[in-house]
Write a protein that binds this ligand. Structure first.
Ligand code: SF4
Length: 324
């Protein structure tokens, strides 16, 4: 099911601010604005990438969508329904339709449980399947991710890192989800097996018409997997476009800097290196004006005082920068 405008997930003005201070007696608590007003839509069957340096708010955004963090403000709708005002049944339905695969397959699998129990757990809690039916389903899921049904009797430590991530993917598929949040799904893996997991995720997407929200800081992963990309800086989206358009024609100086810092896709491509000066500012005290101005190689007169507003220089390409 999708909303009337064809989106599966629609995020509007989403914010998450955390109080920071030195204890409950501190009167003047500051707010850490981890996510500070984010809007994006994901169409069914597509992959949307959120990219940015560590601490930019992409993982906090994912946690809110997984209902692991409560937003400070803003909302998001799933299949046209407001996800934050759902009743108990709606919430249960949402949690089965929206699943996650996390970065670290070591940390995300219970080491004391056999793999069959790990993959079958969501089915035991959320379905009326018998023990035998769950066993059969788990065997099928293992085969679907490139493992063997008999391996359900093994423990996570008996698998390699790539195989453990396959187990995480199998578990995420157990309840036939529509949307899977992929939080850095390959960044903890050896470079040699990243492509295998990315290919597996793509094959499963085609087979089950899955929609992915991919959280990543590797631009190569984003370019390979995503249909559309949002670039985050200090809790805000600073640019968004279809993947090809974003990589061919990056507009925001931050996006350009990220791309120049990444390896070129072909050794013959020459790229002028832009060195980003300065640390990422604290989200507790973000700079006035454009938050990126202390590090921006293109900053000019209005940037330190006036916050830029979002514009769409070409249809579907959004950017927040005074240059446009
Ligand atoms: Fe750079 Fe100014 Fe654009 Fe900010 S608004 S990214 S400082 S040019």
């Amino acid at each position: 099911m999708t909303s009337s405008d064809g989106t599966l997930l629609s995020v509007r003005g989403l914010k998450k601010h955390f109080p920071v201070g030195t204890g409950f007696l501190t009167r003047n608590k500051s707010m850490l604005k981890a996510v500070d007003g984010v809007d994006f839509d994901i169409e069914p069957g597509k992959t949307y990438g959120l990219v940015g340096e560590s601490g930019c708010g992409k993982t906090t955004t994912a946690k809110m969508i997984l209902l692991l963090e409560e937003p400070t403000d803003g909302t998001f709708s799933f299949e046209g329904n407001d996800a934050l005002t759902m009743d108990r049944d709606g919430r249960k339905n949402y949690k089965s339709k929206v699943q996650a695969v996390f970065q670290d397959p070591w940390a995300s699998l219970n080491p004391r449980m056999r793999v069959g129990g790990i993959i079958g757990e969501p089915l035991e809690v959320n379905s009326t399947l018998t023990k035998q039916e769950i066993k059969t389903r788990v065997g099928g899921l293992l085969e679907e991710v490139g493992l063997a049904a008999y391996q359900s009797n093994l423990f996570p430590h008996e698998f390699s890192g790539g195989q453990r991530q396959r187990i995480g993917v199998a578990r995420s598929l157990a309840l036939n989800p529509s949307l899977i949040v992929l939080d850095e799904p390959v960044s903890a893996l050896d470079v040699s097996i990243r492509a295998q997991i990315m290919n597996l995720l793509e094959d499963l997407q085609d087979e089950h018409n899955l929609t992915y929200l991919l959280i990543a800081h590797h631009l190569a992963t984003v370019r390979y997997m995503c249909d559309k990309v949002g670039v985050m800086y200090l809790g805000r989206l600073v640019e968004e476009a279809d993947t090809e358009e974003l990589f061919d024609n990056p507009l925001h100086p931050y996006t350009r800097a990220l791309m120049s810092a990444a390896l070129p896709s072909h050794p013959d491509i020459e790229r002028e290196e832009i060195i980003l000066t300065g640390e990422v500012p604290s989200p507790v005290n973000p700079p006035e004006g454009c938050h990126f101005h202390p590090r921006c190689p293109s900053r000019f007169e209005p940037c330190a005082d006036a916050e830029p507003v979002e514009i769409e220089p070409t249809p579907g390409h959004r950017v927040v920068c005074h240059l446009y």
